[in-house]
Design a protein around this ligand. Structure first.
Ligand SMILES: [Zn+2]
Length: 183
């Protein structure tokens, strides 16, 4: 992803640079800025090394972000182009669908564009293959998800469907197969 972590928040490269300049001006910058192991992200912005996140990350500078996105009536921090974990995909699908049910969906419609490979429409659980979960690095999460999903099986379509209000749409059997294949 594109950004830096500082003071427990994530910032775009340009806003992080502005923070760095401010810290340098006060003489508080680390001796070797390139040696990111030598300082803490609470002291000085560090490159974010997280590949995928559970949410959509926008620059923490929000409306003051140098690259802020101007929407109708307000601004938000630019998108940090992060990938999503399995949980993040669920979160985005839910947010986009909830946004479409409500009036204010400017942000979630942006997310729908950023992550246009997700399926925001389908109510047919079996249509969504388990391929979204195949990455081995999310295997642990899959195990956790199964616990959640099994608790949410819908009555009518046992075995494949989870409740509609939980539009994660991952087929339980598919997840189990995926795990069986990768272990
Ligand atoms: Zn920014």
């Amino acid at each position: 992803m594109n950004g830096a972590i500082y003071a427990a928040d994530m910032w775009c490269v340009d806003c992080a640079e502005k923070i760095k300049q401010r810290i340098r001006a006060t003489g508080g910058a680390p001796k070797d800025e390139d040696d990111q192991t030598s300082y803490d992200s609470d002291e000085f912005p560090k490159d974010c090394d997280k590949a995928a996140l559970n949410t959509v990350e926008h620059c923490a500078a929000t409306a003051s972000c140098i690259n802020a996105i101007e929407l109708d009536g307000f601004k938000i921090g630019c998108w940090l182009e992060n990938d999503l974990t399995a949980e993040g995909r669920v979160y985005v699908i839910e947010a986009v669908r909830n946004g479409r049910d409500g009036a204010d969906n400017q942000v979630t419609e942006l997310w729908a564009l950023y992550y246009d490979y997700l399926d925001f429409e389908s109510d047919d659980c079996t249509k969504v293959s388990a391929t979204v979960l195949i990455d081995t690095d999310v295997l642990t999460e899959q195990r956790a998800l199964i616990g959640t999903l099994i608790g949410n099986l819908c009555d009518g379509r046992t075995g494949f469907c989870i409740r509609r209000d939980l539009p994660t749409l991952f087929g339980i059997q598919g997840i189990l197969d995926t795990i069986a294949d990768s272990t």
